[in-house]
Write a protein that binds this ligand. Structure first.
Ligand SMILES: Cc1cc2nc3c(=O)[nH]c(=O)nc-3n(C[C@H](O)[C@H](O)[C@H](O)COP(=O)(O)OP(=O)(O)OC[C@H]3O[C@@H](n4cnc5c(N)ncnc54)[C@H](O)[C@@H]3O)c2cc1C
Length: 264
């Protein structure tokens, strides 16, 4: 289906991009376009203006600090994360990106676009919560930084409000992480997923079971099943899985992800 007519701008700086987004009610940031263009084609979104972030070098790049903290530009693609020597400091990042969709999506889709879409079936929101990522958000009033737990607010809704941009995502040092998913086909959408981190206590973030990732903690991987049961999940039913089946998958995948993390 063809797109509705839309104004298109390529800002020269993050400052310009934020100003354009704040000045125009109907403006939306365009990153990899792998979600936005599809929802525009389906007429589920009809922005009046696309503010294309692809020319902004400020939003690209992966930096590794001396303490192991990674700072990842929001416009970094999955393919760049998979290939980056710096990103290997937290190996789970490239490993999970390698399982997202197909090579075309991975070449265009960005870490910023993935978290800002907050599609509950996406791979990266639970991963960001489990590994304790922090998002830097720029607006006309300046910058603020918030945790991934505070960032995801609802289906397609995040703390980056109208007129704001996620500029970087920072990820603390750590290697003991795991991820498990049941997908539609080999590289399809997740029916349920779980990301785990065992750098200290066990943190597991469950995806596809609520509007935002559900974080559970446990003292050991053996305690994860009880922790998931204690969360009293009420996932949605749809054509791919009933609520009961998703609840069962959440327990199994959480344990699988935690065991993978603990075994590293
Ligand atoms: C066939 C197909 C299969 C897919 N399967 C999966 C899958 O299995 N798992 C998965 O995780 N994803 C999947 N995706 C989605 C894909 O990962 C998208 O790349 C991702 O959801 C959005 O990233 P993007 O860079 O393309 O963002 P865009 O589509 O350009 O933008 C998405 C939204 O985020 C906003 N946005 C983008 N960047 C910023 C920013 N820096 N600050 C503020 N707002 C911003 C945009 O305004 C828009 O509202 C699939 C996509 C396709 C086409």
């Amino acid at each position: 289906m063809l797109l509705r007519e839309v104004e298109y701008v390529r800002p020269a700086s993050v400052e310009d991009a934020v100003r354009l987004l704040a000045e125009h009610d109907g403006a939306r940031a365009l990153a990899g376009g792998q979600t936005l263009i599809n929802v525009m084609k389906a007429r589920a979104a009809s922005p009046d203006m696309l503010v294309d972030l692809n020319g902004l070098e400020e939003l690209r790049g992966i930096e590794l600090a001396g303490d192991g903290t990674l700072t990842i530009g929001a416009m970094t693609t999955y393919t760049e994360l998979m290939a980056s020597a710096e990103a290997k400091a937290r190996p789970i990042l490239g490993e999970v990106c390698a399982t997202i969709a197909d090579v075309q999506v991975r070449n265009r889709g960005t870490i910023g676009g993935n978290v800002c879409s907050n599609d509950p079936t996406n791979h990266l929101p639970p991963l960001m919560v489990a590994i304790g990522a922090r998002m830097t958000i720029a607006g006309t009033g300046g910058e603020r930084e918030i945790s991934a737990e505070e960032f995801f607010l609802g289906v397609y809704l995040t703390a980056a409000g109208p007129g704001e941009l996620v500029t970087t995502i920072s990820i603390p040092a750590g290697k003991k992480d795991g991820f498990a998913a049941v997908t539609l086909g080999a590289d399809g959408t997740c029916i349920a997923n779980a990301a785990a981190s065992v750098n200290g206590a066990v943190r597991v973030a469950l995806g596809c079971v609520d509007a935002v990732p559900v974080l559970v903690t446990a003292d050991s991987p053996e305690g994860v099943t009880d922790a998931v049961r204690g969360a009293n999940l009420m996932p949605p039913s749809d054509v791919h899985a009933s609520s009961e089946y998703r609840t069962h998958l959440a327990e199994v995948l959480a344990t699988r992800a935690a065991e993978e993390a603990a075994g590293r």
